[in-house]
Unconditional design. Sequence first.
Length: 51
Amino acid sequence: MKKIEEQELEKINGGSASVGMVGAIILAVTSVSIIISGIFKGYTNPRGCNE
């Protein structure tokens, strides 16, 4: 194994930002699809308040 010097450690970038961005995109797409499906269900199968 090779010992990494401090100067080399500063050049290493983690991938956590890209994973967080992918998670945010998936969350946004899921949220929008749930909202759209709720609106569609409300228009196609309306119910009263107490049902």
